[in-house]
Design a binder for this molecule. Structure first.
Ligand code: ZN
Ligand code: ZN
Length: 55
């Protein structure tokens, strides 16, 4: 189960990246041990979509 911290990012943080950082094991459970998370890589390369930033 995701922790309260993982589900409640502070203002200015990207919801997806916050959850993937604080709930890494669950968020990345579908990935292999050496696999990069496509969602995390996408944000790293293209930046965080505006609608995912907490206002
Ligand atoms: Zn992000
Ligand atoms: Zn991720």
């Amino acid at each position: 189960m995701a922790s309260q911290t993982a589900l409640n990012p502070p203002r200015g943080e990207c919801r997806q990246c916050w959850r993937h950082a604080y709930d890494s094991r669950e968020a990345h459970a579908h990935l292999g041990p050496r696999e990069d998370c496509p969602a995390c890589v996408d944000h790293m390369v293209h930046g965080h979509p505006d609608q995912m930033i907490v206002r």
